[in-house]
Design a protein around this ligand. Structure first.
Ligand SMILES: Cc1cc2nc3c(=O)[nH]c(=O)nc-3n(C[C@H](O)[C@H](O)[C@H](O)COP(=O)(O)O)c2cc1C
Length: 387
C-alpha cells in the first residue's frame, strides 16, 4: 500500500509537487490540497468566527494549492457536531463570503465540503434533534450510541434538495469549488454500505441502488452549482471492515461518477464504525505508513479519467513527488494544523518531512477549544503543552 521511496532529488521546486493541475474549470497552482478539517470554530448558528477566517487565510498564505474547508452541514438534521460551519440557510452566505474573500486576498483557493452526518454524530448531538437518521433503522448505532430511524423516501428527496441548496449557497458565498463528503461512515457512505443499508426500495440492495442517493446528490449539486463550477467528491474506497464497502465496489461507483462528469475523486478509507467493530478508522495515529491509502487511490485511478487525490499519511515530499507520477494530487490534514506554511517551506527548498507526529491531539482540541496543535506556537491548542 505504501509507494517505494523516491530516488528523485528534491529541487527547489519540490519535484513534481509544484506543477498546476485542473479541477474542472479551476486551475490549482500546485499538487498539495488541504484535506477538509473540521475546525470547531463556528458559531452555534454555523457562521465562521474571525478566528476561523484568520486560520483559513493563513493557510492560503502558506502556499497550499487548494484548501477544503471543514465539513459544512447541509441541514440541521445533518449536523453532526457543535460549532461546525453550516450551509443550511441563506443568512450564512454573507459571513462565509468574508472567509472566501480573506482566502482570495491571501492568494488561495477555497472549496466547501457538503455533509449530512447521518447517524455518525457525536453522542451529545443526539438529544438535539429528531432521529438520528440513516438508511435503515438500527437499535444501537455504533458511533452515536442511540437508536437510528430509517429515512423515508420523502425525506431522502429532502436531503437531495438540501445538498443542492447548500451547493448554491457555497457558490454564492464565493467558494471556488464544492466537495461532496461521501466518506468516513456519514450518511452517503452509510447508504453505500451493504451492512448499514438494508433497504428494500430503490435505495437499497445492489450496489447501483445503494449508490443511488450519491448519484442523485451529485446530479442535484451539479445542477445547482452550474456546469462550469468544480464539483468533486471524497469517498472511502474501503470501509475498514469486511461488512462495509470494498475497493472494487468503490471503483465502480467512482467510474459512474466520472461518467456523470465529476471533476475529481479524493480517495480515503476506513470509518469510525469499523474501528468499533475491530476494523480500522480513517485517522490513524502514529506510526502511520506514508501514503497509507495510496493503493486504493491507484485502484480508483485505473477506473476514472478525472483527477484522483490521495489522502492520509503523506508527510515526506520525496515520497509525495514519486506518488505524483501516478496520481494527480495529494491531500494532507494534520500536517497543515501543525505547519500551516508547510507548502511554502517545501516550495522554498526545505525538504524535511512534515513535523506532524500524528498524535491526534488535534481531534480533542476541536471539541474543547477549536482546532489547534499542541506543538504549534500561536495556535490556541499550544496552551496544553505550555508552548
Ligand atoms: C482534526 C481533524 C478534523 C477532520 N475533519 C474532517 C472533515 O471535516 N471532513 C473530512 O472529510 N475529513 C476530516 N478529517 C480527516 C482528514 O481530512 C484526513 O482524511 C485524515 O486526517 C488523514 O489525513 P492526514 O494523515 O494528512 O491527517 C479530519 C481529521 C482531523 C485530524
Amino acid at each position: 500500500m505504501t509507494p517505494p521511496a523516491s530516488s528523485h532529488p528534491q529541487g527547489r521546486d519540490g519535484g513534481g509537487i509544484f506543477r498546476p493541475w485542473r479541477l474542472g474549470s479551476l486551475e490549482v497552482p500546485n499538487r498539495l490540497v488541504r484535506s477538509a478539517t473540521e475546525e470547531g470554530l463556528s458559531t452555534a448558528d454555523g457562521a465562521p468566527t474571525q478566528r476561523l477566517v484568520d486560520l483559513t487565510a493563513d493557510l492560503a498564505r502558506g502556499g497550499v494549492g487548494l484548501i477544503v474547508a471543514g465539513s459544512a452541514f447541509i441541514s440541521r438534521e445533518g449536523r453532526g457536531a457543535t460549532n461546525v460551519t453550516g450551509l443550511d440557510h441563506d443568512a450564512l452566505i454573507e459571513p462565509l463570503s468574508r472567509m472566501c474573500a480573506a482566502v482570495h486576498g491571501a492568494g488561495g483557493l477555497l472549496a466547501a465540503q457538503l455533509l449530512h452526518s447521518g447517524s455518525t454524530l457525536r453522542p451529545v448531538m443526539v438529544t438535539e434533534k429528531e432521529g438520528p437518521y440513516g438508511p435503515s433503522a438500527e437499535t444501537l448505532d455504533p458511533v452515536c450510541e442511540a437508536s437510528v430511524r430509517a429515512l423515508t423516501k420523502t425525506q431522502i428527496a429532502g436531503v437531495v434538495g438540501d445538498y443542492a441548496r447548500a451547493a448554491s449557497r457555497a457558490r454564492r458565498a464565493g467558494f471556488d469549488a464544492v466537495q461532496i463528503h461521501a466518506a468516513h461512515g456519514y450518511l452517503i457512505d452509510q447508504f453505500l454500505s451493504p451492512a448499514r443499508n438494508r433497504r428494500e426500495d430503490a435505495y437499497g440492495g445492489s450496489l447501483k441502488r445503494r449508490a443511488r442517493l450519491l448519484y442523485e446528490v451529485y446530479e442535484a449539486v451539479r445542477g445547482a452549482a452550474g456546469p462550469g463550477f468544480p464539483v468533486f467528491i471524497k469517498m472511502s474506497a474501503h470501509a475498514g471492515w469486511p461488512g462495509g464497502m470494498q475497493p472494487h465496489e468503490a471503483a465502480e461507483v467512482a467510474a459512474e461518477l466520472d461518467r456523470l462528469g465529476i471533476d475529481a475523486v479524493e480517495v480515503s478509507a476506513g470509518t469510525p464504525e469499523a474501528a468499533r467493530r475491530g476494523g480500522w478508522d480513517h485517522i490513524m495515529p502514529a506510526p502511520i505508513p506514508e501514503g497509507r491509502f495510496f493503493a486504493y487511490a491507484l485502484t480508483i485511478k485505473d477506473h476514472v479519467g478525472c483527477p484522483v487525490i490521495s489522502v492520509e499519511g503523506w508527510r515526506d515530499p520525496r515520497r509525495i513527488a514519486e506518488a505524483l507520477e501516478r496520481i494527480d494530487a495529494v491531500s494532507l490534514c494534520r500536517p497543515f494544523i501543525r505547519e500551516p506554511h508547510l507548502a511554502a517551506r517545501w516550495r522554498d527548498g526545505d525538504p524535511a518531512p512534515a513535523k506532524c507526529i500524528s498524535c491526534n491531539k488535534c481531534l480533542g482540541l476541536i471539541v474543547d477549544r477549536g482546532l489547534g496543535c499542541i506543538f504549534h506556537k500561536g495556535a490556541r491548542g499550544s496552551a496544553i503543552a505550555g508552548a
